[in-house]
Design a protein around this ligand. Structure first.
Ligand SMILES: Cc1cc2nc3c(=O)[nH]c(=O)nc-3n(C[C@H](O)[C@H](O)[C@H](O)COP(=O)(O)OP(=O)(O)OC[C@H]3O[C@@H](n4cnc5c(N)ncnc54)[C@H](O)[C@@H]3O)c2cc1C
Length: 239
């Protein structure tokens, strides 16, 4: 596949992650395969109907080890994404890609801190799956903020990560505090980052989420001495 050519694909799996978020698996046709770097995205389009005149960007949330399909995790927002959340196995769609510079590269030997707000966790999942599958030695810390327990995307996978991967540390923080939640509460801020970081100068930070969160945390990291290349961000233009 290449970023300039649309490829017609079929939906081969749909997972309801939360009441308003689904992960769809997009299977490539027999003769196609995709090579991408974790963190990249694709352009997605419909073949017919009102939304077929437009296309939108979606991060690849699966590992690049799978070259015959990709997964996309999408939250129901406007009409375009709402239609995506209604896709069913067998439906045909089109994608082109991969695109993007928000990437985890093999030659990064530093500690990795993945910082996500809401659906911003999607490209970071591709990164941690890749690091685990390749048995890369990076020490990985994930800080994931979302509103309420029902909004936790990849809940089962995060539980498994906590149990079985010594070099991946997962912290989920909820911003709308509820009774019965004994985990972390509050927004991700400099204090929370500083508490979890082991070796600041030797850490690469990957941040994806609402624009305000990405901007604030990038600034906080820079104000506290992070070099430009140490902080990698992806903004989706969402509030
Ligand atoms: C590089 C890139 C990668 C992206 N990857 C993803 C992805 O993996 N998953 C995904 O769901 N979206 C992703 N987006 C956003 C996506 O392209 C669409 O903008 C989004 O699905 C909304 O489109 P819409 O037309 O349905 O809603 P619109 O009518 O464009 O938006 C409706 C409202 O919802 C807000 N909004 C849009 N998306 C979200 C969201 N995810 N969470 C909270 N509020 C939101 C917007 O700010 C707006 O106010 C990505 C965007 C970019 C630029």
């Amino acid at each position: 596949m290449n970023p300039k050519t649309w490829v017609e694909c079929k939906i081969s799996k749909v997972v309801q992650e939360t009441p308003d978020t689904v992960t769809i698996r997009v299977a490539l046709p027999e003769h196609e395969s995709i090579q991408f770097i974790p963190g990249q995205y694709v352009m997605f389009g419909f073949l017919n109907g009102e939304e077929s005149s437009r296309s939108k960007a979606y991060s690849i949330s699966s590992s690049p080890s799978n070259t015959k399909w990709i997964e996309i995790t999408v939250k129901k927002e406007g009409p375009f994404s709402t239609r995506m959340t209604k896709l069913q196995v067998g439906d045909k769609v089109k994608i082109r890609g991969p695109i993007g510079h928000f990437v985890f590269k093999d030659d990064y030997k530093q500690d990795i801190m993945l910082i996500a707000g809401g659906t911003g966790i999607a490209p970071l999942r591709s990164m941690w799956q890749y690091i685990i599958e390749r048995e890369l030695p990076n020490n990985v810390k994930l800080l994931f903020s979302t509103k309420i327990p029902e909004d936790i995307i990849y809940k089962q996978e995060l539980e498994e990560l906590k149990k079985h991967n010594k070099n991946v540390q997962v912290t989920v923080t909820l911003t709308r505090v509820q009774d019965g939640w004994d985990g972390r509460k509050g927004r991700i801020d400099w204090g929370m980052i500083n508490e979890h970081v082991t070796d600041f100068k030797n850490t690469l930070f990957f941040i994806c989420g609402p624009d305000a969160m990405v901007n604030d945390l990038q600034k906080a990291l820079r104000d506290n001495g992070a070099a430009i290349g140490q902080v990698k961000i992806e903004k989706w233009g969402i509030q």
